[in-house]
Design a protein around this ligand. Structure first.
Ligand SMILES: [Zn+2]
Length: 322
């Protein structure tokens, strides 16, 4: 019985627990749309289902392409001590100092976001609707990941401190429990970002600075909490899973003083502002007159393949919950 149970648990857990979780990523992209000016809303609002659903494509791609993983994080503690001044913020300088292979080994999140921003700017210049939507949805994903403290630390799932599971706890379990009921995501307006590189590095450093707190508070709370009440068991579609109990989750969130909600709100603001910045830098094209309104056969095939890889393959490279 115990064996079967463990197996069921593994099956259910192996498809979740990374990068804000699918739930939060979708929420974040969805709410970002409402920060846009009317000239952009005209495209994004009418395609909000796409922007929401495809917020998780980059995570699905991790099951198909091994180069995908490092785009979602940076183990910045590998580079010394906060604020990690020895790590060049410019990609070319960082490659010269550490080599591309080495950078990939520890994650390239902040640089990849800047590449995606450039691609989105180019798509706006081309007035290519399909590309704008695809790249917007995916850029949103990477920006949101940069706001997660454990995406900026090598102890990303508490694997070095006997806290396995904390990755999904912070970014999936807590938002799933509280986002709809208690949190507020109406934030104001997108703003033009003069220096996107500085902006995103700043956010990554904020993430890195609180990673220790995220780990420490869970450890402390575990010590104070009755051992048999830390986890609860729940039936999900016929599969029994073990998860952090509601009481433990609420206590942790309280101790973090709203950190998870704040990082979600900051993700939403950052994403809308990056979309807006790309549009402005492309010369504010009229989004009611775009080409490529339909997704091509290749696009549709790609969406299908991403889903198939995600459902049928195992993740390529590092898994956050291992
Ligand atoms: Zn991710």
């Amino acid at each position: 019985m115990k064996k079967i149970f463990t197996l069921l648990l593994f099956v259910s857990v192996s498809k979740q627990c990374f990068c804000w979780g699918f739930f939060a990523h979708k929420k974040i992209n969805y709410y970002a749309v409402f920060l846009l000016p009317p000239q952009m809303m005209v495209l994004y609002k009418s395609n909000i289902d796409f922007i929401t659903e495809h917020a998780v494509d980059p995570d699905k791609r991790r099951y198909a392409v091994s180069a995908e993983g490092p785009r979602h994080y940076i183990d910045i503690d590998h580079y010394g001590k906060y604020p990690y001044d020895s790590l060049p913020r410019k990609w070319k300088d960082a490659v010269t100092k550490y080599s591309e292979d080495s950078l990939n080994e520890y994650g390239i999140g902040p640089w990849w976001i800047q590449t995606m921003l450039q691609r989105l700017t180019d798509a706006f210049k081309e007035k290519n609707q399909a590309k704008v939507l695809k790249l917007s949805a995916e850029l949103g994903h990477y920006i949101a990941d940069a706001h997660v403290p454990l995406h900026a630390n090598s102890n990303h799932n508490g694997q070095y401190t006997d806290q396995k599971g904390i990755h999904g706890f912070w970014e999936s379990r807590i938002p799933e429990l509280l986002a709809d009921k208690e949190w507020d995501f109406f934030i104001g307006k997108a703003e033009y970002i003069k220096n996107p590189g500085d902006f995103i590095w700043h956010r990554v450093l904020e993430s890195a600075a609180v990673a220790d707190t995220v780990l420490k508070y869970e450890k402390e709370l575990t010590k104070q909490f009755p051992a048999d009440q830390k986890y609860s068991f729940e039936d999900r579609s016929g599969v029994t899973i073990r998860q952090y109990s509601t009481a433990f989750s609420m206590a942790y969130d309280m101790q973090l003083k709203g950190m998870v909600e704040k990082r979600m709100r900051q993700s939403i603001y950052a994403i809308a502002s990056f979309w807006y910045t790309a549009w402005v830098n492309a010369g504010q094209p009229d989004l009611t007159h775009l080409s490529n309104k339909e997704f091509s056969a290749d696009d549709l095939k790609e969406f299908e393949n991403l889903n198939a890889s995600w459902k049928n393959s195992s993740i390529k490279g590092r898994e956050e919950d291992q």
